[in-house]
Design a protein around this ligand. Sequence first.
Ligand code: COI
Length: 362
Amino acid sequence: MSLTFSLTRNVAPASAERIAEIHADPGFGVYFTDHMAVATWRQGSGWADDAVVPYGPFQLDPSTAVLHYAQEVFEGLKAYRHADGSIWLFRPERNAERLMASARRLMLPELPVDDFLTSIEQLVKVDAAWVPDAGGGEASLYLRPFMFANESFLGVRAAQRVTYAVIASPVGPYFSGGVQPVNIWVTDQYSRAGKGGTGAAKCGGNYASSLIAQYEGVDHGCSQVLFADAGTGVNAEELGGMNLMVVTADGQLITPELSGTILAGVTRDSILTVAADLGLNPVARPITLAEIFDRIDSGDIVEAFACGTAAVLTPVAAFRSHQGNHVIGDQPGERTMQIRSAILDVQYGRAEDSHGWLRRVV
Ligand code: COI
């Protein structure tokens, strides 16, 4: 039976003034709306207790499995307000399918696509006032669905009770500088994902394990870290929290192929499609760090960018490593900005949705 996520309203919601104050300077993932969606899965009986309820803390027993063994997966997507006031999601079915795939990898239960969509839509409807106007920028309501092992038990096995929830946060750009190009640290010490590991799953553990390399990068003036493949250390794979793409002088858009260790980004996939619409030649293939650096140095790779739901497209200024720096430039590339606008224009209803990617909520 389908879940309905019926509403128990927050009796003390934020005032319109408070929401306006937050919208004026939302940051990223700092403020949360009045409600959240929740559901519980129990072995034997499946999903139940689905509801949209007032936003608030979970009470967890100290022995709750997720706190010990990190059996957890999550998603990230956004709700966009169009100029006419309507609110839309961008390819949310993709997030639903990816959550199912991540859940399978982490031995968590699958939440059917329709139930995922209902949870998101019910939450966005009740908290519609929290969806900011795009204004001149790229403000949106970031939605964070997640699922975790919520069983008090220290044995190492798949949990028999699991919580699914969706929280929502009005956001501006992920990087505080907006579209200012960022430096990327290329770690030669740490790996993100190995063959047969969880690299293709969106699970918290991948992000936790990236932090040490991320901070190594911060120490070298970088905002993100680039990981090579764990086997050979030769191929470029993924950034700490987003995918990587480069643009060549002859119009190729190259990104590491989905090898099982890379997250299948919804933004990544959308960019590959949009790039072809814009006359670029999108190519997903193995690409070595050496190729990227040599071709930057020879002027043959002219642009690079990070991409993801949170970051949209963020230009790369330079790659830095213990072996040296490879500088692209401190101005956003023309192709990067063209693709960025094309994606944002669809998301905000300023361009025709020719691929049928939008889904109206309000
Ligand atoms: C996203 O782009 O939605 C991400 O998940 C990246 C990061 C905020 C974890």
